[in-house]
Design a protein around this ligand. Structure first.
Ligand code: ZN
Length: 78
């Protein structure tokens, strides 16, 4: 049985406090309470995964991970 650590989750106060200084790396907007977010891989040199909005990410079944959309397209070569 696969563990569902890849499930999107909702922004709570704790996430707001720790992430809203930088905001979402995909759209550069701040997070709001109740936003659906995922930990996604992207073209970021400092950290391999970052918290971004679910609608800006795609889930890759092959690797079982989320990717920032533009980054994912690049990896696919399309
Ligand atoms: Zn975003």
């Amino acid at each position: 049985m696969q563990q569902k650590t890849d499930t999107p989750f909702l922004v709570d106060l704790d996430i707001l406090n720790t992430h809203n200084e930088k905001g979402c790396k995909a759209c550069n907007r701040k997070f709001s309470l109740g936003d659906t977010v995922v930990m996604a891989y992207g073209p970021w040199p400092d950290e391999p995964v970052k918290l971004i909005h679910e609608q800006e990410a795609v889930f890759d079944d092959n690797t079982g991970a989320w990717y920032e959309k533009a980054y994912f397209m690049k990896r696919q070569g399309t």
